[in-house]
Ligand binder design. Structure first.
Ligand code: KG4
Ligand code: ZN
Length: 377
């Protein structure tokens, strides 16, 4: 990565106040189907750091296709990015001149959208003569809990989103050790595919969660993927196939109650599988780092109330401090990108104008590939 030590005088000379270094950063997020911009400051207590956070969802544009269409997403980002940034600045009551840096998602994600965000951020940085920071979207999720609270390194991270499902030891900014990943589908992807099988609305995760509330999790027997196996990897494609078989067996007479019962059974299987994997990762983490363990859950699926509750009970039983960001900061947003930008700026980690958007960008590039078909980084 073309990251260098920062040559900007204000940042190089900052010494830090009670809470931070008095920095104000604009964040831009365009890696999937939300066009988002936020202004975040590090000069206040965590609860008051987010000065504005604007998220424009493209759900309506993608709904007819029951999934995110990359070309439609890129065009929509281009159409709305300027207005979304304008609104973020207005709501924060700041102007471009007040900014100490501009951070944008540099990947991983849908490349057309990432290019829109990165080009916009570079233009602002060039005109204002302020640092440009390309943020790994996954690092944005990973560090969110440090934006809204005080959380020391190292911590154990369960990152569960639409494209990723990983367990990581977070040793510091830019320092990740991957303990486990999925050998097939990401967890959010499994929720989305299950929703489709059950005929539920797009986007799938929240729809499965809603349907499951009225369901009986015991009516259908579903497998508990990876439970009891060594290691920390995940697998969800077998679970999805099992749901498909039940849906096929129910045939055309499938009722809303059938869908609710299957959704509840799916969530139950997911929770048991995830908790088994986290248990293994916890043992590895404790052996390696010792001390009080903070378990952070981040990414869109961390918005799932049932999973949050189950992980809460697990953490309590294992004497672990569970930390989950507020739901609106679990799903994609730009405040997390601005915050990761601030964390990098504090370390003098800025990017050059020749940074190239990255469709793939693993947090731990040294991690061994997981065994299995269609491995995701
Ligand atoms: O982090 P995110 O907003 O975007 C990515 O970086 O992928 O995660 C989106 C994923 C989608 O798969 C969505 O269905 C899932 O998070 N999701 C949920 C819930 N809210 C969002 N999954 C389960 N329960 C939810 N409440
Ligand atoms: Zn995300």
């Amino acid at each position: 990565m073309t990251t260098g030590v920062c040559a900007f005088p204000k940042i190089a000379s900052a010494r830090g106040g009670e809470y931070g270094w008095g920095m104000l950063v604009l964040g831009i997020e365009t890696s999937c189907d939300e066009t988002a911009a936020a202004v975040v400051a590090d000069d206040a207590a965590p609860a008051r750091r987010i000065r504005s956070s604007v998220v424009l969802s493209q759900i309506a544009e993608h709904r007819p296709f029951e999934g995110v269409v990359p070309e439609i997403a890129a065009r929509a980002h281009l159409a709305h990015i300027d207005a979304v940034i304008r609104r973020a600045l207005d709501e924060a009551q700041v102007s471009y001149r007040d900014l100490d840096g501009v951070a944008a998602t540099g990947g991983p994600g849908l490349i057309g959208g990432v290019i829109v965000g990165i080009m916009t951020a570079k233009a602002i940085a060039a005109v204002q003569d302020i640092p440009f920071i390309a943020v790994n979207h996954l690092e944005g999720h990973a560090l969110t809990e440090r934006l809204t609270g005080t959380l020391p390194f190292p911590f154990l991270l369960l990152l569960v989103s639409g494209g990723h499902c990983q367990l990581l030891a977070v040793e510091g900014v830019g320092k990740y050790v991957r303990l486990g990943t999925t050998v097939d589908d990401a967890l959010g992807e499994a929720f989305d595919k299950t929703a489709k099988l059950l005929g539920l609305a797009f986007p799938g995760g929240p729809a499965v969660e809603r349907a499951a509330r009225a369901g009986n999790p015991k009516r259908f027997a579903l497998p508990r993927p990876m439970v009891g196996r060594p290691g920390c990897h995940f697998s969800f494609s077998g679970l999805k196939t099992a749901v498909r078989r039940h849906v096929a067996a129910l045939g055309d007479t499938r009722t809303d109650q059938d869908a609710a019962d299957l959704a509840a059974a799916f969530q139950e299987a997911v929770a048991e599988s995830v908790i088994d994997r986290v248990g293994h990762a916890l043992a590895v983490f404790r052996a390696r780092y010792g001390g009080t363990v903070h378990l952070v859950v981040a990414g869109g699926v961390a918005a799932n109330t049932m999973l949050r509750d189950r992980l809460g009970a697990f953490a309590h039983a294992k004497d672990v401090a569970l930390r989950v960001p507020p739901s609106e900061l679990c799903t994609d947003n730009a405040a997390m990108i601005a915050w990761a930008g601030i964390e990098r700026l504090r370390l003098g980690l800025v990017d050059a104008m020749d940074f190239k958007p990255r469709p793939r960008w693993p947090l731990d590039p040294d991690a061994e590939p997981a065994l299995g078909a269609g491995v995701k980084a």
